[in-house]
Design a protein around this ligand. Structure first.
Ligand code: JD8
Length: 260
C-alpha cells in the first residue's frame, strides 16, 4: 500500500517509523512518504493560512498549496483521507475499507480547517473520505492520521505477527473482549479465574463468551442494539441464552433487560 501524508508539522508523523508500521515499511508492505505542505508555497513567508471569509475566529488553510500538493501526489488509484471533527466516525468497518485501497493520501488540516474548495475540487478526480476520531476536538489532523494508519496497517496481510489475533478482538467480533490474564496465577492477592487454568477449552470458550457479552451489555449496549452479532456465538448454554439472532431482534443478556 502507498501512503502519502501532507502536513505543516511533518515531524508529527515520525512515529510511523517505529514498531510494526516501521517494519512494514522496511519489508515493502507499506510505502509511506510524509511531505511538508509549505513545499507547495511560493511566497517568502511560505504562507499556508489566511483569515476566514465571513469573519470569525482563527485562520483557514489556503487552497492553493493544497491544490498543488494534490496535483503532484494524485494517482488514478488514490483515495484522499481528510481527518475532520465533521467527518464520519472511524470504525473497524471503515478501517477495512481503507485497507482495501492501494493508495491513500492523508491531508492533515490545522487552524480552523482546510478551505472547503480543496475537498470539493479533489472529489472531482478521486474519492474523498472525511473521517473523525470521535466527538472531541483536536488541534489538527496529524494524530488522527497516526490512529487511522495503525487501524489500517494492522489489517494488511503480513503486518501482524499472527493474523489470528485479528479474529477474536473487540469491534472485529462486534462484542468487547473478555478480560485477559497471564502469569503469575496469584498477584497481590488477586487470583486468575480458576476456569482459565482448567485446560477445559470448551468451558473456557464459554466463559470468555459470557464475559464478552456481559461486558458489552454493561459498557457498550449500543453494540448489542441489533441483537447478538453472529460472530459472538450466541450466549453460553449456562446463561440459558438464545442462539445468535442472525437478523438481530430480541435477545436476553443476564441482568441487562431486553433490547428492543
Ligand atoms: C482535523 C484543524 C482543529 C477543528 C477548530 C480546533 C479528527 N476527532 C477529531 N477532533 N478534532 C479533529 C480535527 C481537528 C482539526 C483538524 C481534525 C484540522 N483542526 C479545528 C475545528 C474547530 N479547530 C478530529 N479527525
Amino acid at each position: 500500500m502507498k501512503i502519502d501524508i501532507v502536513s505543516i508539522f511533518p515531524e508529527y508523523l515520525a512515529p510511523l517509523e517505529l514498531s510494526l508500521i516501521g517494519k512494514a515499511q522496511s519489508t515493502g508492505l507499506l510505502a509511506v512518504s510524509v511531505y511538508d505542505l509549505r513545499h507547495w508555497t511560493s511566497d517568502v513567508h511560505r504562507t499556508v493560512d489566511d483569515t476566514p471569509y465571513g469573519g470569525g475566529p482563527g485562520m483557514v488553510m489556503r487552497p492553493e498549496p493544497w491544490g498543488l500538493a494534490l496535483d503532484e501526489l494524485a494517482t488514478p488509484e488514490a483515495r484522499l483521507v481528510v481527518p475532520s471533527p465533521a467527518g464520519t466516525p472511524l470504525s473497524q468497518a471503515i478501517a477495512h475499507d481503507l485497507a482495501a485501497e492501494s493508495h491513500l493520501i492523508f491531508a492533515c488540516g490545522r487552524y480552523e480547517g482546510i478551505d472547503q474548495r480543496v475537498l470539493d475540487h479533489a472529489a472531482s478526480r478521486m474519492p474523498v473520505s472525511e473521517i473523525s476520531l470521535g466527538d472531541y476536538v483536536l488541534f489538527g489532523g496529524e494524530v488522527a492520521v497516526l490512529v487511522i494508519m495503525e487501524a489500517v496497517a494492522r489489517l494488511l496481510p503480513g503486518v501482524l505477527g499472527n493474523a489470528d489475533s485479528l479474529v477474536e478482538e473487540s469491534h472485529e467480533s462486534g462484542v468487547l473482549e473478555a478480560p485477559m490474564y497471564t502469569k503469575p496465577p496469584s498477584w497481590r492477592g488477586l487470583d486468575v479465574p480458576e476456569i482459565l487454568r482448567s485446560g477445559d477449552h470448551g468451558r473456557i470458550a464459554a466463559w470468555r463468551r459470557e464475559q464478552a457479552l456481559s461486558r458489552t451489555a454493561a459498557r457498550r449496549p449500543d453494540l448489542l442494539a441489533g441483537g447478538l452479532p453472529a460472530s459472538s456465538g450466541g450466549l453460553p448454554a449456562s446463561s440459558g441464552g438464545l442462539p445468535a439472532s442472525p437478523g438481530g431482534g430480541q435477545f436476553q443478556v443476564p441482568g441487562a433487560g431486553v433490547a428492543e
